[in-house]
Design a protein around this ligand. Sequence first.
Ligand code: 5GP
Ligand code: MG
Length: 177
Amino acid sequence: MDTILVKDRYFKPFITADEIARRVEELGARISADLQGRNPLFLAILNGSFVFAADLVRQVTVPFSISFMRVSSYEGMASTGTLREVLGLTEDIEGCTVVIIEDIIDSGLTMRSLVDSLKALRPADLRICTLLTKPGNLQTQLDIDYCAFEIPNDFIVGYGLDYDGFGRGLPEIYVVE
Ligand code: 5GP
Ligand code: MG
C-alpha cells in the first residue's frame, strides 16, 4: 500500500483490508451472540456505510432484516449535525430491535439526532454499530454498542467513505497526509 491521490489530496495507508475484515468478523460474532432470537432490523445509513454493512451482515449468523436510510444534514466543511430529515424509513420499528449501521461517528451530532428521531418511534431496543469513531471530537454523550476502530481526529477515506465523492471503492482505509 502506497500513498495515493484521491481527487486533489494525498492519502496514506492507515487500516489494511485484513485488519478491517478481522474486526468486522468479530463484530458480526458479537452481534450474533447478543441478538440471538431477536430478529434485529439493521438500518444502514447511506451513503458511507454501504460497504461496511454489506460485509458485516455476511458475518451475522442469526435471522435479521436490513433496510437503508439516508440522513441529510446541512453540508459544509464540518458537520453541523442538524438533520433536515430522515429519509427512507418505511418499516414500523415499534417494539423492534434496531441496530443502526454507520460508517463514522465524528462529533456524534448526526447520530444524536438520528437516535432521538428513531427513539420517538418506540423501538424495543436501539443499538449503534459504527465502523469508526473519533473519540477526540465527540460532542454529545452516545452509547456506542459496537465500534470496529477508534481513530484520531484526521480525515480518512476508503471502504465506503469518500472525499468529495471519490475513494469509496478503496478496499483499505487511508488517512489524509
Ligand atoms: P458527525 O455528525 O458525527 O460529526 O458526522 C458524521 C458524518 O461526517 C459521517 O457520517 C461522515 O459522513 C462524515 N465524516 C466525519 N469524519 C469523516 C472522515 O474522516 N472521513 C469521511 N469521509 N467522512 C467523515
Ligand atoms: Mg455518514
